[in-house]
Design a protein around this ligand. Sequence first.
Ligand code: GEK
Length: 247
Amino acid sequence: MGKRGQMTEDRIYHTPQHPVPPFEFNAAVVNVFEDMIHRSVPMYAEIIRQQARMIQLGYHPGTRIYDLGCSTGNLALALCAGMPAGSFEMVAVDSSKPMLDAFARRLAGWPHRRQIVLRHGDIRNVEMANASVVAVNFTLQFIPPTDRDQLVQQIHDALVPGGMLLFSEKTTHADPRFADLQTDFYYRFKRENGYSDLEISQKREALENVLIPETLHDHHARLNRCGFTAVDVWLKWFNFCAWICIK
Ligand code: GEK
């Protein structure tokens, strides 16, 4: 990951917009993505760092790692930093071309670049097989809820026995007392990271009906329905949650 000091600052919602358009992963977002994700996702760097370690433990030579909704490749670059060139194969998928272009530019300097295939497309249509690890970080939340079961089933079916799904999401809570507390602490986090109330409220409006969070209960029920028998929350920060699931 690049140094945060060198990142372009996210000022997308800095000035009033009427109306606020629905959020998209376009070139303007990609340009500020590093800054945006670190200032908007609590524990993001920790999630990527520990996932890279879990992948080092769980990866079997001859199998593949998939990163679905890979954005600009932070997980892949953490793996490059931790695993020797030639020691793993990864397929990284994203539907945003500007994200993949940025990923390709970052990868160019690494000796690992030929073992990471960047695929432009919708993760609902990607053919997957022989996976020892599938990572889906903060991306299932952008898939229409009615399509989520089928995608998680495809992931399960693509994993080899004992394979891992590493999964992170923004969640919600069925009990409004906890839901409100989580939202309150999340907005405090964003304010502490320099976002104004205007930026917070315009981003919330932009994500309405675009990012659709589910409860932990919904996620666990789906993971079980799709055949994952071992599911553990390894990190939770209010409404942000990261799981490890084993086939
Ligand atoms: C990270 N995992 O840095 N098919 C493919 N890609 C999609 C789809 C789809 N249907 N929908 C959204 N995306 C990353 C962070 S960001 C999360 C993930 C965030 C892509 C979208 O283009 C974007 O790159 C990514 O999923 C979500 O660890 O920015 O909040």
